[in-house]
Design a protein. Structure first.
Length: 169
């Protein structure tokens, strides 16, 4: 293995470790009060063993907040539903963290905005999506036409527009 490849692997490992530490520090500050509430209300766990309902809820709330801030509440729930719809689609990972952290799947993850504290409505939206509400109509993609720069969105089937987002199959 060349020295460049070794250095690249080492740098990637360090970045992953730093992000993991920051995630645990940040999540401890942001949702400690919600943990006791969630422990009492969680009836099922959609995560792999070792990943709790509250972990999935926190990740979804962060994505919803970063991707749909300023959108109507129904649009926030629809973004959460897209995450869950991907779980049942053969081309996507089978866990909520897998879907969220799939490379280039969500702009908020790519830009790092997912690590900003979520707005309170995003927790409710994530809970509603986890409870089965899907205002997206089964969408596995969405985009904002004012911001999207990728041509592939034109190759997808339109389902519905909610706020500034267009949801696609």
């Amino acid at each position: 293995m060349s020295i460049r490849v070794s250095r690249l692997i080492f740098a990637f490992t360090v970045v992953v470790a730093v992000v993991t530490v920051l995630w645990h520090v940040q999540s401890g500050r942001v949702f400690n009060d919600r943990l006791s509430y969630l422990a009492d209300t969680a009836e099922f766990d959609l995560a792999d063993p070792g990943q709790s309902y509250s972990y999935n809820l926190e990740l979804m709330a962060r994505v919803i907040s970063a991707e749909a801030k300023g959108e109507p509440y129904i649009g926030q729930v629809a973004v959460g539903a897209v995450i869950l719809n991907r779980l049942n689609h053969p081309h996507f990972p089978k866990t909520i963290p897998g879907v969220i952290f799939e490379p280039d799947a969500f702009t908020a993850v790519t830009t790092g905005h997912v690590w900003f504290p979520p707005v309170s409505s995003s927790y409710r939206a994530a809970q509603d999506a986890l409870a089965g509400w899907d205002p997206s109509g089964g969408a596995v993609y969405y985009y904002n036409p004012a911001k999207a720069t990728n041509w592939w969105v034109a190759t997808r089937s339109y389902i519905i527009q909610i706020g500034r987002h267009i949801f696609l199959r």
